[in-house]
Design a protein around this ligand. Structure first.
Ligand code: NDP
Length: 291
């Protein structure tokens, strides 16, 4: 392996340590940040995520409020819960774990969250604020990728970036963040032609596809920085969207899976909760946690 390993796990641990200090400083001013997580149904992966979010929230000294509702909960009951969390001053951040059961309208539920408490950054107002360069809550996974990229590369200005994937959760907000940092951004998707050639021109490749080992080593420009967002469960365990063994011979720096982007996602959720708490109390944004 020639590439530098971008250690998201270690970065996330340092970030949580820093957040814990800031939470302690807020508590000294009688402010305790609180994150409410709502889980509807029994999806096993979602249960793992919610448990881990609650644990990490408490570990850094924030209040964690967990709400578990049965899968057949009517949408109106979920909307009532969201309204009560919007009105609760102890709750600074609200996260409704996705996916929701099929009978619910995800967009309607997300858009019912107070945008200032929308720590996932999925509310239509936050999407618009990010796209227009205003102060937004930024989706956690792309925010984590941005932090790793800035840490690795310093300025992203003028760099060529290819984002593979155009989901609302990862690809699109990732592209917005790169654009905001003055990278030259191409967004690729399932209808893109000549993807290997596009990638070969890129200084930065972000893979958010959901297909194991999709990005090959010979798609990369030597020295490129590769951020692998993919989480694919295979017979060999968890693997990313990038063929890590081959890519790490060509890339300049690369995130592993696991231990790369994954740990950054929850750390950035906590960072967003701190930012939301600061804003709702009229304090300045904590340094370096927002784009
Ligand atoms: P989606 O399924 O919503 O989006 C996948 C994207 O990949 C789509 O835009 C799709 O294109 C594109 N795509 C599919 N096939 C191809 C292809 N052959 N060539 C080019 N593009 C293709 O996934 P998400 O964005 O939600 O997640 C992506 C991956 O990231 C998943 O593995 C997911 O598990 C992981 N993930 C990891 C997180 C973390 O914390 N590390 C958090 C969130 C997601 P089209 O739009 O044309 O269909």
């Amino acid at each position: 392996m020639t590439a530098t390993l971008i250690d998201g796990k270690a970065f996330a641990a340092r970030l949580r340590e820093r957040l814990a200090k800031e939470v302690a400083a807020m508590k000294a001013r009688d402010i305790t940040p609180g994150l409410a997580v709502v889980l509807v149904g029994e999806d096993p992966a979602s249960q793992v995520y919610v448990r881990s979010k609650g644990k990490q929230t408490r570990e850094i000294g924030m209040n964690s409020f967990e709400h578990r509702l049965p899968a057949d909960t009517p949408e109106t009951a979920l909307l009532e819960l969201v309204a009560s969390l919007n009105a609760d001053p102890a709750v600074n951040g609200i996260l409704v774990q996705l996916p929701l059961p099929a009978h619910m309208d995800e967009a309607a539920v997300i858009n019912a969250i107070d945008p200032d408490k929308d720590v996932d950054g999925f509310h239509i107002l936050n999407v618009g604020r990010l796209a227009t360069g205003q102060k937004a809550m930024v989706p956690c996974t792309p925010l984590g990728c941005l932090m790793l990229l800035r840490d690795q590369l310093g300025s992203l200005s003028g760099k060529r970036a290819v984002v593979i994937g155009r989901s609302n959760i990862v690809g699109k907000p990732m592209a917005q963040l790169l654009l905001r940092d003055s990278a030259t951004v191409t967004i690729a998707h399932s209808r893109t032609t000549d993807l290997p050639d596009l990638c070969r021109q890129a200084d930065i490749v972000i893979a958010a596809v959901g297909r194991a080992h999709f990005v090959k080593g010979d798609w990369l420009k030597p020295g490129a920085t590769v951020i692998d967002v993919g989480i694919n469960r295979t017979e060999d365990g968890l693997v990313g969207d990038v063929d890590f063994a081959a890519a790490s011979q060509v890339a300049g720096a690369i995130t592993p899976v696991p231990g790369g982007v994954g740990p950054m996602t929850i750390a950035c959720l906590l960072a967003n909760t701190l930012t939301a708490t600061a804003r709702s109390n009229g304090l300045p944004d904590p340094e370096g946690l927002t784009p």
